[in-house]
Design a protein around this ligand. Structure first.
Ligand code: NAG
Ligand code: NAG
Ligand code: NAG
Ligand code: NAG
Length: 464
């Protein structure tokens, strides 16, 4: 060899070092349990509208008592004795039913006032009310939870306008179909059906999903759903949060069917629901920006970034992976999650966050009903250092939950989506991160090739 071997050696050594350092795996970002408590505390303060109260209850079930969530593999109906981690969910139902009792009205009526017009929103609290009944809260506080749930059901079935083929309107004053409805109503109908052994209600839950999909799907947009059809305020845009509401609601109906006594009889319905969730993911994920966030309307880059819709969609990707083994969009969900939970200063993120956040995932199931009351106040002593949260724990940037075309500052539903995304991810990690390897297969192949090249380089160094 005519080459000076010492030059060659130093060049090879340099190549070796470059190859070794540039493939250190990126560290996934996680919330500490303090940060999660702070997010929940803001959620508790902010949730005042019916759908926010209902979504908060669902997020707390998934986060604090995972085995009682319909998304868990535990079979339904659940036990009649509630673990203390459900106390907060039961107290949400209690506040709503107590308030309602004051009205002295009987007969079909919503769980909360719908003078704002959204018939579809109060049923979102229905699952918490059904759980309160099921676990005997009424015998302790004297409230009629079963009656409240039943009157809410009857109101939906008899007092809310419908399309000619039976889709129940999201609004009371006119027929208007909003994607939001799919998260608020069908999961309540399905859970009601399981607890009262009424398969007709599970079928109705499925049918509402089927009809809403039929009206809202946009085949010209790859299967994303429009936000609102019919009524006085149609919105044919592909609202990111709306696609998340639809996917999340259909997953809860799917989970309810699958873990119930009707799982065998309703296999076809479950298959459809799985396909419809995957269809939304396949339609919307191609629009995820390289930043890991969706814009408020997923295929309209002129709209602002929305961390809230991004979070609910990511949660549904983990859930579909756990329920159905669909792993297609896991890398995208992981990207969104790690971006949303990234530290404000990327360099300070590494060593300190991993141990504390691991403990947050494992202590999650023990985290009790006191989590909100013990959460740090707005003036937290440990200020948040997360890039996508304010110092007191509000997710940002977010769509205004009361004006879906505008950017807002505080979103209670966005806080709930963060809790749901964290819970879904934690369950997924607990299950061994199924699909993470498949998703990373190409990357792993790449790493393997690099290790081989490094071995050859080392061998060459010695030979020379
Ligand atoms: C189901 O609940 C258990 C117990 O709370 C939890 O450890 C597990 O991760 C959950 N599994 C799924 C698939 O959600
Ligand atoms: C209680 O009822 C009033 C009047 O209907 C309503 O404005 C308020 O939002 C309700 N609060 C809860 C927690 O249900
Ligand atoms: C309320 O709970 C009881 C038993 O705990 C159950 O038999 C009944 O079906 C429940 N009612 C509703 C509407 O879920
Ligand atoms: C199932 O629920 C529907 C709606 O409330 C009701 O009309 C029907 O009678 C119920 N069926 C049974 C078997 O209870």
């Amino acid at each position: 060899m005519l080459l000076d071997s010492s030059v060659l050696r130093s060049q090879l050594l340099l190549a070796f070092l470059v190859a070794s350092t540039s493939f250190a795996p990126a560290r996934a970002q996680e919330l500490t349990s303090d940060q999660l408590d702070q997010v929940k505390a803001r959620l508790a303060e902010g949730a005042t509208h019916s759908w926010e109260i209902g979504t908060r209850a669902q997020a707390l079930i998934e986060s604090d008592t995972p085995s009682w969530s319909v998304l868990n593999s535990s079979s339904l109906p659940p036990s009649h004795s509630a673990p203390s981690s459900l106390d907060e969910v039961v107290s949400i139902a209690q506040a709503v039913v107590k308030n309602r009792t004051g009205s002295d009205v009987s007969g079909p009526q919503p769980l909360m006032d719908v003078s704002g017009g959204a018939a579809g929103d109060p049923p979102s609290i229905g699952v918490a009310v059904l759980l309160a009944n099921w676990t005997g809260a009424g015998s302790r506080d004297g409230l009629d939870y079963a009656g409240a749930a039943q009157e809410q059901l009857e109101f939906l079935l008899t007092s809310v306008p419908k399309t000619s083929d039976g889709a129940i309107s999201h609004r009371t004053e006119e027929v208007a179909l909003w994607s939001d409805f799919v998260y608020m109503v069908p999961p309540f109908l399905a859970y009601y059906g399981v607890l009262t052994q009424n398969q007709t209600l599970l079928q109705l839950a499925y049918d509402q999903c089927r009809l809403y999909r039929q009206y809202l799907i946009d085949d010209d947009a790859g299967g994303m759903w429009r936000h609102i059809v019919q009524g006085s305020t149609p919105d044919s845009g592909h609202w990111t949060t709306g696609n998340g509401w639809a996917a999340g609601g259909m997953l809860r109906v799917l989970g309810t069917i699958q873990h119930s006594q009707y799982a065998k009889k309703m296999k076809n319905q479950a298959n459809d629901l799985r396909g419809w969730v995957a269809e939304i993911h396949d339609g919307i994920y191609p629009h995820l920006q390289t930043t890991g966030l969706f814009t408020n309307y997923a295929d309209d880059g002129s709209t602002f970034d929305d961390a809230s819709g991004t979070a609910i969609l990511a949660s549904t990707v983990y859930r579909l992976a756990l329920l159905e083994g669909v792993h297609t969009h896991l890398p995208a969900a992981e990207k969104s999650r790690s971006v949303l939970f990234a530290s404000a200063s990327a360099s300070s993120s590494s060593s300190s966050s991993s141990s504390s956040s691991r403990s947050s995932a494992s202590s999650r199931s023990q985290s009790s009903s006191t989590s909100t009351s013990t959460a740090p106040a707005s003036t937290a002593t440990t200020p948040s250092t997360l890039a996508h949260f304010t110092a007191d724990g509000w997710l940002t940037p977010v769509v205004d939950p009361y004006s879906f075309g505008r950017e807002g500052s505080h979103s209670p539903e966005g806080q709930a989506f963060v809790v749901e995304m964290h819970a879904a991810w934690a369950d997924w990690v607990q299950a061994g991160s199924p699909g993470a390897n498949a998703a990373a297969a190409t990357m792993r192949g790449g790493v393997g090739a690099i290790v081989f090249v490094q071995a050859v380089l080392v061998w060459v160094l010695f030979v020379l």
